[in-house]
Design a protein around this ligand. Structure first.
Ligand code: ADP
Ligand code: MG
Length: 390
């Protein structure tokens, strides 16, 4: 007998249970146990839950229960704001569908030749995961039909609508049959999310998971005031203070991202840059190499900050304070995933420290301040030398 699995009580099929067991996922998170039953019952859903609480499986599991393997048109559609997130959702759904080999999933996103994606569509996928722009493009060219979609999921709805996809998303909703099930997931609510819900959902079941101590990732957060010209030295100090297998360093601009990565590489660190000026195929390769542990330090703009799930990122270092408050949470949320412990360091110039106060208020947390003394030794407020990180 397989071990007791908490998903059994949620009426999940044996194929999916087997896959979950293999993924070593045994107990549903709150958003999962509250979403799966109403979603399987066909209700529209609006789920608001902090990052890292397992939203992908919350919609992924019910999706797989609803596929008709004999139907050849697209039945289920997931919209994601970025290519990286779309690829990750495909990876998670593929793992979950491991024991249902007839399921075919296509990924449609920009930055990759259409031809390859058209080939995927020719294989008659039941599920399409897409970014809005590319999906509309493919639809307009007649490569994909959406008139048999019975379930549509909008992941990271807040982010998607903030990125100016409101029109595209609306168009897509109007392309699928009006009787479809519409499921929206978001880390936060904003006016656009509520408007779409109000316009297009029918008596949605609302599920809110508060950011509690319990589900909030366990991250030791540190801040330090560092003048701009000292940031590179401070970064190296932090990288040297522990032996990290995976660290993400966030930088605000593409130019500086490349520069920081190049300088680290020159100093002998195994570091790679990820930003929007790098070709998509290369970005995918870098991301996968990082996930597989081929190199330990990924220097990135916020491109990689949202939704991407890399296991076991031990530390997140903010080389710059993010320009938008909520990105602080998305960035540090790359560590401490799935109930593991993580650490984050945020460097800020003196001017930026005012904004950090704002972020702390917004996040309702209080990172521990550190400072470099005159000998450039990192110390706590009690003047203890700081070295142990995790
Ligand atoms: P979110 O979309 O809410 O930010 P994800 O769906 O990306 O979160 O999940 C975050 C991580 O948690 C993933 O690595 C996922 O495999 C893992 N995870 C999801 N559900 C569970 C669970 N029930 N038990 C343990 N780990 C889980
Ligand atoms: Mg997610």
């Amino acid at each position: 007998m397989p071990p007791e699995n908490g998903f059994e009580a949620l009426d999940v099929s044996k194929e999916v249970l087997r896959a979950l067991n293999q993924m070593e996922i045994h107990t549903p998170t709150q958003i999962q146990s509250e979403t799966i039953p109403p979603m399987m019952a066909g209700h529209d859903i609006i789920g608001i839950a902090p990052t890292g609480t397992g939203k992908t499986l919350a919609f992924g599991i019910p999706m797989l229960e609803y596929i008709s393997l004999t139907e050849t048109r697209v039945q289920e559609l997931v919209l994601a704001p970025t290519r990286e997130l779309a690829m990750q959702i495909v990876a998670e759904l593929t793992a979950l569908a491991r024991f249902i080999p007839q399921i075919r999933i296509a990924a449609l996103y920009g930055g990759q030749p259409m031809s390859r994606q058209i080939n995927q569509l020719k294989r008659k996928p039941q599920i399409v995961v897409a970014t809005p722009g590319r999906l509309l493009d493919m639809h307009n060219r007649g490569h994909v039909r959406l008139d048999q979609v019975h379930t549509m999921v909008i992941d990271e709805a807040d982010e998607m609508l903030k990125m100016g996809f409101v029109k595209d998303v609306t168009k897509i909703i109007e392309l699928v049959p009006p009787a479809r099930q519409l499921v929206m997931f978001s880390a936060t609510t904003n006016r656009d999310v509520l408007t779409i819900s109000w316009k297009y959902q029918q008596s949605p079941v609302e599920i809110t998971v508060e950011a509690t101590r319990e589900n909030r990732p366990k991250i030791s957060q540190y801040t330090m005031v560092v003048p701009r010209e000292m940031k590179m030295g401070a970064l190296q100090y932090l990288l040297d203070s522990d032996e990290y297998d995976r660290v993400m360093v966030f930088v605000n601009t593409k130019f500086m991202t490349q520069r920081v990565a190049d300088r680290l590489a020159k100093q002998g660190y195994q570091a790679q840059a990820l930003h929007g000026d790098i070709r998509q195929s290369q970005r995918t390769r870098i991301m996968n190499d990082f996930k597989r542990g081929k190199f330990p330090i990924l220097v990135s703009t916020d491109v990689a900050a949202r939704g991407i799930d890399v296991d076991d990122v031990e530390a997140v270092i903010n080389y710059d304070l993010p320009n938008e408050n909520e990105y602080y949470l998305h960035r540090i949320g790359r560590t401490g995933r799935a109930r593991k412990h993580g650490v984050s360091f945020t460097m800020m110039t003196f001017q930026e420290s005012v904004r950090m106060d704002e972020i702390m208020k917004y996040m309702d947390t209080r990172p521990t301040p550190l400072h470099f003394d005159e000998n450039k030794v990192l110390r706590t407020e009690d003047d203890e030398a700081f070295f142990k990180t995790i």
